[in-house]
Design a protein around this ligand. Structure first.
Ligand code: FAD
Length: 321
């Protein structure tokens, strides 16, 4: 029954929380306050996104990362993308967070700069996340725990007009993902998805090609209809028919959409945990309500604050598979 289930979840499953870097320095205190409240609920780690291209905010990202690690404090992972980043600028960021005691990086290629559709590396920059992982390993050894991105439906570049990747493209992505792991990544976090079976199949397929590290599902609670349409458009996410059918009649009712998002996120996570996956990654979009409600429904956090313990260092190296 439900009780036995949530008891088991409480003991075994862990979660991580993702935040995006604010655009302005004036928004930092608000974000740190939010993170502090959520850290009291015991995430294994929190991560902060990297703004690429024309939105780049290196210094602000580095500053918030350091404050998360040392002032909140919480075990922190910084995303780092290669868009418009010569290696000197990459190393400036890595040296800085290293000196601030941050030990975790999500190594990304990044999207093409605004207005371009093909990713072209800058001179003296990296062409792929694989090259970034190789660089981090070569230059920093085991100092950083390294996470990489995985795409259960295939990277948007290989998703065709029918909304799916060809078998060949999908297999190429798996082989390439294995190269990222072999080059030194300890952990995979996935792109958002709404078809849980696609995620579970992806995990199986990763195991079949010899990827053994934890594969953590990226869960995006649907918070607003507009945000849902925007993100699923960018990521070319498959939307199951029942999700469209549920959203269509309520799309102008923000509260109903949010409640449905919590319900759907809870059901997806239950199924994922039942399959044996032990870590959930929540895309918070810098809001607390939906992520908290889902974690509470799952029995992963208590109604009122749980006691706070600083999680282990290098979570990417120690999370349960
Ligand atoms: P890569 O791993 O380099 O892969 C990109 C594509 O190229 C894939 O299709 C891959 O198969 C193909 N490819 C590359 N090299 C090879 C090769 N040698 N052989 C065969 N195929 C190859 N973006 C941001 O700007 N900031 C963020 O903070 C951010 N956070 C993210 C977090 C997560 C969990 C995810 C899933 C994505 C995030 N992104 C972020 C988006 C990401 O930058 C884009 O999806 C980007 O287009 C690809 O980055 P990547 O690291 O997956 O690239």
């Amino acid at each position: 029954g439900g009780e036995a289930n949530s008891g088991r979840n409480r003991r075994e499953a862990v979660f991580s929380l993702e935040f995006f870097t604010p655009r302005k320095a004036s928004e930092v205190d608000h974000l740190l306050g939010l993170i502090g409240r959520l850290v009291a609920r015991g995430p294994a780690f929190c991560d902060l996104t990297w703004r690429s291209g024309s939105l780049a905010t290196d210094d602000l990202t580095l500053e918030v990362t350091a404050k998360m690690q040392n002032a909140v404090p919480v075990e922190t992972m910084m995303h780092l993308a290669c868009t418009n980043m010569p290696v000197q600028r990459i190393d400036r960021a890595l040296e800085r967070i290293k000196s601030d005691g941050v030990q975790n990086v999500l190594a990304l290629r990044g999207d093409p700069p605004n207005g371009q559709d093909k990713f072209v590396p800058v001179p003296d920059g990296f062409a792929s996340a694989l090259e970034l992982v190789e660089h981090i390993k070569a230059k920093y050894g085991d100092y950083f725990g390294i996470t990489v991105a995985g795409y259960p439906e295939g990277h948007p570049d290989v998703i065709g007009s029918e909304g799916v990747a060809s078998d060949d493209a999908y297999q190429n992505e798996l082989a390439y993902l294995k190269r990222k792991v072999d080059a030194g990544a300890d952990l995979i976090i996935t792109q958002l998805f709404f078809d849980t079976d696609i995620f579970l199949k992806f995990v199986n397929n990763c195991r079949q090609v010899g990827i053994t590290c934890p594969i953590v599902p990226g869960i995006m609670p649907i918070a607003t209809y507009k945000g849902f349409v925007r993100m699923t458009g960018i990521c070319k996410t498959k939307i199951p028919a029942e999700v469209s059918a549920a959203l269509e009649p309520i799309k102008h009712n923000d509260e109903a959409v949010r409640n449905y998002g919590i319900h759907l996120g809870t059901e997806m996570c239950k199924k994922i945990l039942a399959s044996g996956i032990k870590t959930l990654h929540m895309y918070t979009f810098n809001k607390e309500v939906s992520a908290l409600a889902i974690l509470m429904n799952l029995g992963l956090i208590e109604e009122s604050g749980v006691s706070r313990s600083l999680p282990q260092r290098h979570p990417s190296k120690v999370l349960p598979v």
